[in-house]
Structures are given as C-alpha cells and as structure tokens.
Design a protein. Sequence first.
Lengths: 113, 114
Amino acid sequence: AQTVTQSQPEMSVQEAETVTLSCTYDTSENNYYLFWYKQPPSRQMILVIRQEAYKQQNATENRFSVNFQKAAKSFSLKISDSQLGDTAMYFCAFRISGYALNFGKGTSLLVTP
Amino acid sequence: SQTIHQWPATLVQPVGSPLSLECTVEGTSNPNLYWYRQAAGRGLQLLFYSVGIGQISSEVPQNLSASRPQDRQFILSSKKLLLSDSGFYLCAWSVEGGLFYEQYFGPGTRLTVT
C-alpha cells in the first residue's frame, strides 16, 4: 500500500521566520510525483509546489521550497519569510500510476505576529 | 484560464434523504474528474474518478454514486444518506498527459447529515 506520513499534526512559526514541514512516504515505485497542497480556513485546496521523483533538483516556488530525499523517501516543505497568510493546513501527497493522489493527514501551521 | 465550481457550498440533510452534489469545470476539454471526501481532522480520500463521459471508477465501496453526464460535469449522488456521509466533499480535475499530473480542486461542499 502507498502511504504518506506527516508526523507533525500542528506547528507554529513567527512571522518572517522559516519553518519546515515533514513528510515521508512509502512506495515501491521508482517514478512518481510529489505535491504539497495548502488548505486555508476557506477549505479550498491550493497546489503549493510539485516535484517529479526522477528529478534530483529540489523544486522552488518563491518562498516555498522542498527537500526531496528519494532514498529516504522524504519530501519536506520549507517556507521562508513566513507570512500570516501562510496559516493553513498543509497536505503532502504523491501520485504514481493510475489516478489517485495519496494524501497525508496534514499539518496545521499557525503563523503568529 | 480554467475554473472549477461546486454547489451547493453547504448542505444539511436528514438521514435517509437523497443527495446530489454538482461539479463543473470551465476552460478545459476532456478533463479527468475526481470526487474526494475529507472527514474532520483527516486527509482526503478518493471516492470516484472519471476519465470521460459515462466512465466512472469507484475507489471505495460506499453509499454514494457518481455520474458524468457531460464532458465537464461531475455529479455525486446518494439515494439515502447515512450519518457517516457527513464531511467535506471536494471535486478536482486534471489533464491526463499533463506535465505533472497535478489535480486542481474546487471550493468544496460541506455536508452535514442530521
């Protein structure tokens, strides 16, 4: 079975600081896609960043970057210069063949002034 | 640009009543469509997906069904709701063969079964 584990149910960070959210996954496949989604209080799921497993270079989108360690099956999200608007649930997900996105249970991030 | 709509935004229904949730996508053709359910404090569970009109695949056995009467319309239904059907329902779309296979989500419907 393909599983995704987010070991931090809740995290807090001060505005302008950096925070890292952890994600590990389990799959026997070699090629897959990894994603981080953000779900703010509005509940709309928003794609934050994506990573192809066959690419060694870590993806970056503005203040968001990932640390992808394929051998360790780890895919952490780093948020730099945290902003109040980053307060949300963050979900790690991956997709192999087929159509399903496998989601973790999420990490609730609170950014404080 | 592509947009995805879901309605209603919220719904309160008694046990045993029928259900119909609708999802439509604009700005793309022949999308893959998905229904997810998010229970409180949990991640998303894929319920159904569709790769074309009339083509529905179910991921989990349950009290719900899905239909795709038009290319960009996806409907989630139930003949008789159960208390356990309460949750947040999200519709999503993707373009198969797209570069990253990511899925884009609608605003969701909060369903409370009383």
